[in-house]
Ligand binder design. Structure first.
Ligand code: ADP
Ligand code: ZN
Ligand code: ZN
Length: 743
């Protein structure tokens, strides 16, 4: 076997994490070839330019296009078995083609960081201490002249199943004492795999509620169709008990020894989901998200690959987890934009998950109260099973939604008198108010009263946000910040004032108005520390009455039973966006945040503050439903030849010079013209709405087609040209397939 490999496949094609859409050929030195069977998915160390790089074997071939003399041998083989199995490899290859992204970067993205750096793909080991037969019987007073040894032996005798090194240090025992006991033959040591999982088994499990009719129908449908690939859309209003449906299905699958991947949009939601799952499921659960250390993520990856982890809860990148025995992929809040990576390898985790489930012949469950137009369209065309939950679970009712007309009103820090009055009544009933404003910081603008100067970012075409607590001006687009100033740099007037409000200002304004009420702010600034969000949500559950002020972090998936009033301060934000998805996103956000009201037994109320109470979308969401809004929106997309009826690819270019990016895309468009098949349409090049960001001028070229095939053929030609031309012109580019942002 090894001999034939050596003679018929003497070359390997290696994928390297470099921005080039190709692999690199290397020879296998005889010394390695006779001792190992090389397979795709193994890591190798290879010479590349002047340095050594880690790469992944993509394939083994018997011939190369290069002259044998030019091909260098690989330097080292890092694995005995592939770190990327055939399923993940083929998903990655598909993704590299579909997203027109370099295969090396895609494969490296699929690996945990430590494996990218060459760490071995093995569990950590840890020392464990055990009593020997004699050690168990030895009376402690035989050692009384060595008190540390007595202490150590006593502990080991009490733990016949062994003490891990970690516990030894926690108990304050001296390892030196352990070693002396070992020499006397009273204790012995063993290296064991270090397994860290959520401690689910210790919990007393909760008794599941009886499902209502809608939940039962959905659960039956999903359970009935496990074992084969198909996609269901669980389209359930907020609080309709979607998670309960997941739990039933997962419970059934893990009893069949299957693994289930549960994707959630935000790190913030993982502890909450984990807790709910732990309370119910008697199994091993692992987490996978970016707030974990590299080592923790590698451990989770290994546990998953080994089949030990039955339920994996993770964010976007968890879609690359190596799952051996996949029973189902669940994608919660499937409409959420965070499933799409917005830089580098711009994949959509939902779409990759569907692809992956298809190749593993397992079902996919997408869930949302506000499904994306894409998924709704698939459901409407019966490509997805459409499971609707239209009643709230248990005794909860849907909240009433009321528009608060702001025209001609005097506002107190952005809140109308009626809103403040309604808040008081809610608090008087010892219930909680959620004030939603999707803008963090104190104010979005700092202005001079004398000359009209505005504090703008030096590197972007945007105003800087005032952060009063931190005493700084901060650009939310490039992260540039500087100290807050009190004198106009143009006219030296000291009359600077802020325009507009952010969450920090609303919080500050509410404190004197509601003196006895705890006011809790939840946004990216207040939750920077690792456990901050958990602490704040804990406080919310501790108090009866409280005001929560927050950004979209609050809108997603949280369950606060005592919130009965939700105030949307600025329902108009996003209403007049230039992006054709602006309305869809606004409607989803308003519906989701409204859904935080009245999720338990007390009825909920929502106030939408707006200057456009008669706007179609606002009217539709208040009087009718998200579903009706979305179906009308889909019709409009069809009429205007927009996604999901048309397919779209956007090429983005950035240059330090103002015109080069645009010119570059003009050249691209000219180059592509002769290759355009029927149906292809271009828009642009046009400038991004914020033209200059972090010092780069940004231009876009949109390419549309009713057929995917001809669009992708064109994009393949474009990607070759872009890769070559960008290098000589010092232009950065990105190919964005199925873009979510079009400006
Ligand atoms: P969703 O995920 O759709 O927003 P949840 O699954 O969080 O909804 O359910 C909302 C609340 O209703 C939770 O507190 C949950 O425990 C409860 N619940 C769910 N299903 C039922 C049921 N059949 N009977 C009683 N309570 C339920
Ligand atoms: Zn001035
Ligand atoms: Zn900036």
């Amino acid at each position: 076997m090894q001999e034939t490999l050596l003679t018929t496949q003497p070359y390997i094609k290696v994928a390297l994490p470099v921005p080039m859409r190709r692999t690199f050929d290397y020879k296998v030195p005889k010394a390695i070839a006779v001792r190992h069977i090389l397979q795709p998915g193994m890591r190798v160390k290879v010479p590349f330019g002047k340095s050594q790089r880690i790469g992944i074997i993509e394939s083994l071939v018997s011939e190369s296009d290069w002259d044998d003399a030019q091909i260098k041998p690989l330097s080292a083989l890092l694995d005995d078995a592939p770190v990327l199995d055939t399923e993940i490899l083929s998903i990655c290859e598909w993704a590299a083609r579909y997203y027109h992204h370099p295969i090396g970067e895609v494969l490296f993205h699929a690996l945990p960081v430590l494996l990218r750096k060459g760490e071995s793909a093995d569990f950590r080991t840890e020392t464990w201490w055990f009593p020997s037969e004699t050690g168990l019987k030895t009376p402690l007073d035989e050692l009384k002249r060595a008190p540390r040894q007595v202490e150590f032996l006593k502990a080991v005798q009490q733990h016949e199943n062994g003490l891990s090194q970690q516990v030894v240090s926690t108990l304050g025992l001296a390892p030196a004492a352990g070693k002396s006991l070992e020499e006397k033959g009273l204790v012995y040591r063993e290296q064991r795999q270090f397994l860290k999982m959520a401690e689910t088994h210790a919990h007393q499990k909760q008794v599941p509620p009886t499902l209502n009719d809608e939940q039962q129908i959905a659960t039956d449908h999903i359970i009935h169709n496990t074992g084969t690939f198909h996609v269901s859309l669980l389209d359930g209003i907020t609080g309709s008990g979607k998670t309960e449906v997941f739990l039933r299905v997962i419970d059934k699958l893990i009893k069949e020894d299957k693994q289930v991947l549960v994707m959630v949009p935000e790190i913030g939601l993982t502890p909450q989901t984990l807790k709910r799952f732990e309370n119910r499921l008697d199994t091993d659960i692992v987490l996978m998200h970016s707030n974990m250390t590299d080592r923790e993520r590698l451990d989770a990856w290994l546990l998953c690959r080994q089949g030990h982890a039955k339920v994996i809860i993770g964010t976007r990148s968890a879609v690359f987890m190596p799952i051996k025995n996949l029973g189902m992929i669940i994608i919660d809040e499937e409409h959420d934009a965070s499933y799409k990576q917005q830089d580098g390898f711009r994949y959509h985790a939902r779409d990759l998950a569907i692809k992956q489930a298809q190749s593993a012949n397992a079902p996919v469950l997408l869930a949302s109260a506000t499904p994306s137009f894409e998924s709704l369209n698939n459901a409407r065309q019966q490509k997805f099973a459409w499971l609707k939950l239209r009643k709230r679970a248990g005794s909860a009712q849907m909240p009433t939604i009321e528009r608060v007309d702001l025209r001609g009103q005097t506002l107190v820090h952005g809140l109308s008198e009626y809103t403040l009055e309604t808040m008081k009544q809610c608090l008087a009933r010892k219930e909680q108010v959620l004030v939603f404003l999707n803008r963090r910081g104190f104010a979005p603008t700092l202005m001079c009263h004398e000359c009209g100067w505005i504090a703008a970012c030096d590197h972007c075409d945007v105003n800087m946000t005032v952060h009063r607590k931190a005493n700084k001006l901060h650009c939310h687009h490039c992260d540039h910040h500087k100290a807050l100033i009190f004198e106009c740099p143009e006219c030296h007037s000291r009359e600077l004032f802020t325009v507009g409000e952010g969450t920090e200002q609303v919080e500050a304004a509410l404190i004197p108005l509601f003196k006895d009420t705890p006011i809790l702010r939840i946004d990216r600034d207040s939750t920077q520390r690792k456990s901050a969000l958990t602490q704040i949500t804990q406080k919310i559950h501790e108090h009866d009455q409280a005001i929560l002020v927050g950004t979209q972090m609050l809108a997603k998936g949280h369950h606060f039973p005592n919130v009965t009033l939700v105030v949307v301060m600025d329902a108009d934000a996003g209403l007049f966006s230039a992006d054709f998805r602006g309305m869809e996103r606004t409607a989803q956000l308003i519906t989701q945040v409204s859904g935080r009201a009245g999720r338990a037994s007390k009825p909920g109320q929502v106030l939408l503050q707006t200057y456009h109470p008669d706007h179609e979308a606002i009217e539709c969401l208040c009087e009718r439903s998200y579903e009706e809004f979305a179906l009308e929106g889909l019709q409009e997309r069809a009429d205007l030849a927009l996604p999901p009826f048309y397919h779209q690819i956007i090429v983005r270019a950035e240059s330090a010079d103002e015109w080069e990016a645009t010119q570059f895309l003009t050249h691209l468009r000219e180059m592509l013209m002769p290759y355009c098949e029927a149906g292809i349409g271009f828009v642009g090049p046009y400038s991004a709405i914020i033209v200059r960001k972090a010092g780069q001028h940004r231009a876009l070229l949109s390419i549309k087609s009713p057929k995917r095939g001809n669009l992708h053929r064109l994009a393949a030609i474009a990607s070759q040209w872009l890769e070559q031309e960008s290098r000589s012109r010092k232009i950065r580019f990105a190919i964005d397939v199925d873009p979510l942002e079009t400006y």
